[in-house]
Design a protein around this ligand. Structure first.
Ligand SMILES: [Zn+2]
Length: 194
């Protein structure tokens, strides 16, 4: 493909040395001496320049006789293999599908099979948010949407997006937007009718 051909050998080498995850899926590097091929982000030992060859397709690397690295699994058809990432993705999915309910960290953690403490830390490390903050974000995003697209008042909106107390909805909304739900609604209508 054309855009793949735009990646120069120098760029690929640099991505390989720096383990740059942005190039994952765009090319693979194979190491002559070990017979193994990797994704650019792989944290395995940096190969010698002269031993490396590049492939744009994992299947071609395998056809050329290289075996997929067990650490970065370049043979899997996903952008990046990371077992912890699936915990993150599952957590996000659970929150996005259930934010309307009164969900708790302990339940999410048991669904994804780790302890609440560990999930909290891992999720924060990977996303910058705790699961609780992520839940709040999902709820507030939906609340904004409802405030602008429906005739529900702010109390109704708060309940709809999963808050069991209206004061916690107001506080969360204000934390996120700097406005109360009704100020937000009024503000938006003013600025868009200009
Ligand atoms: Zn690897």
């Amino acid at each position: 493909m054309l855009d793949q051909n735009k990646i120069s050998k120098d760029t690929m080498w640099e991505a390989t040395v720096t383990c740059n995850p942005e190039y994952d899926g765009k090319f693979f590097y194979a190491i002559k001496t070990t017979g193994i091929f990797c994704r650019p982000s792989c944290k395995s030992k940096t190969p010698k320049y002269k031993n490396v060859s590049y492939f744009f397709d994992a299947a071609n690397a395998q056809k050329a006789g290289y075996r997929p690295c067990k650490r970065c699994r370049p043979d899997l058809k996903i952008k990046k293999y990371d077992p912890l990432e699936s915990i993150i993705e599952d957590t996000k999915r659970i929150i996005e599908n259930n934010y309307r309910k009164n969900i708790h960290l302990i339940d999410i953690a048991s669904d994804v099979g780790v302890s609440p403490f560990y999930l909290n830390r891992l999720f924060k490390d990977r996303t910058g948010y705790t699961p609780r903050m992520f839940l709040e974000k999902a709820r507030i995003e939906q609340a904004k949407e409802l405030l602008l697209t429906t005739t529900l008042n702010s109390t109704e909106v708060g309940y709809q997006v999963g808050y069991i107390s209206i004061s916690s909805f107001y506080n969360a909304f204000k934390r996120s937007t700097g406005l109360t739900p009704s100020q937000f609604q009024a503000n938006y209508v003013e600025t868009t009718t200009e």
